[in-house]
Design a protein around this ligand. Structure first.
Ligand SMILES: [Zn+2]
Ligand SMILES: [Zn+2]
Length: 270
């Protein structure tokens, strides 16, 4: 299945090059469409590597940017490539003196997707009245430059000598809000990244090293308003809104959140 995406990406790239090489400006939008499809195919191929960690509804996302952001919440290195090398440890636990390179993988990065995917799409629509008034039409030379840039980025990914590699281990945690178990891939090094629960999107920060780490819920703790009560209750960022209610776990008193607008303090003029 994943091989299929890669083969499709190559086919789309070749199709795009045929359109670009024709030298006809009116065929460039067809190249842009094929390049967008190649970007999609390479992103879906990467998602296939992480299929075990994706919730069913996360598999429904199709925009490459959203798909890659989801993958990065599972593994902070999901959009980074690497070189694989092997060697014999003469002493167990000590790095091998001689390493043999197996290959290098180039992965389509989130920044490349952000830089080009929507920009290519803007050439696939009829220019608006405002755009037509501002200029004679779409800048085909600009589109040609962008198509060349994207084709090079796709070619680099496809030229990888190895692919679909991940170098990480799994960290599990139960969501504090919905109790669903989440699994994340973390690198064999120090790590620090933001993620969210696959079921309820409660945010977390995962940080640590190979020796151990922490999973910190990004809920804010609110103090009970009852005199003398030290009870506190957590509210997640998406719950902090006008009229939100919570009950003190100590005294049981219900609270309603009231957001008040105050003018920003300004320093007196000197
Ligand atoms: Zn949850
Ligand atoms: Zn209380």
């Amino acid at each position: 299945m994943s091989d299929d995406y890669r083969a499709r990406a190559l086919q789309y790239l070749n199709d795009a090059r045929t359109e670009m090489d024709s030298g006809e400006p009116k065929r460039l939008p067809f190249a842009a469409l094929r390049l967008r499809m190649a970007l999609e195919a390479l992103t879906y191929e990467r998602a296939h590597v992480y299929r075990e960690w994706l919730a069913p509804e996360q598999c429904e996302a199709w925009q490459p940017k959203r798909v890659m952001e989801t993958l990065l919440a599972i593994d902070p290195n999901a959009d980074k490539g690497g070189t694989l090398a092997i060697g014999l440890e003469e002493v167990y636990g000590e790095s091998a003196k001689e390493m043999t390179q197996v290959g290098t993988e180039h992965v389509l990065s989130l920044s490349t997707i952000k830089q080009h995917y929507d920009a290519l799409g803007s050439f696939l629509h009829m220019p608006t009245i405002k755009q037509l008034r501002k200029s004679a039409g779409q800048d085909m030379e600009k589109l040609r430059r962008r198509c060349n840039e994207v084709a090079e980025a796709i070619q680099k990914v496809l030229s990888s000598s190895i692919f679909n590699m991940t170098a990480s281990f799994t960290v599990d945690f139960d969501c504090d809000r919905c109790r669903v178990r989440n699994a994340r891939r973390v690198p064999w090094a120090s790590y620090h990244f933001e993620t969210w629960c696959s079921a309820c999107r409660a945010p977390y920060v995962i940080a640590g090293t190979m020796e151990g780490g922490t999973v910190t819920p990004q809920a804010k703790s609110w103090s009970c308003c009852t005199e003398g009560c030290k009870g506190r209750a957590p509210l997640w960022p998406d719950e902090v809104k006008q009229g939100a209610t919570w009950q003190c776990p100590e005294c049981g008193v219900g609270h309603v959140l009231k957001l008040v607008c105050r003018p920003a303090r300004t320093e007196p003029a000197t």
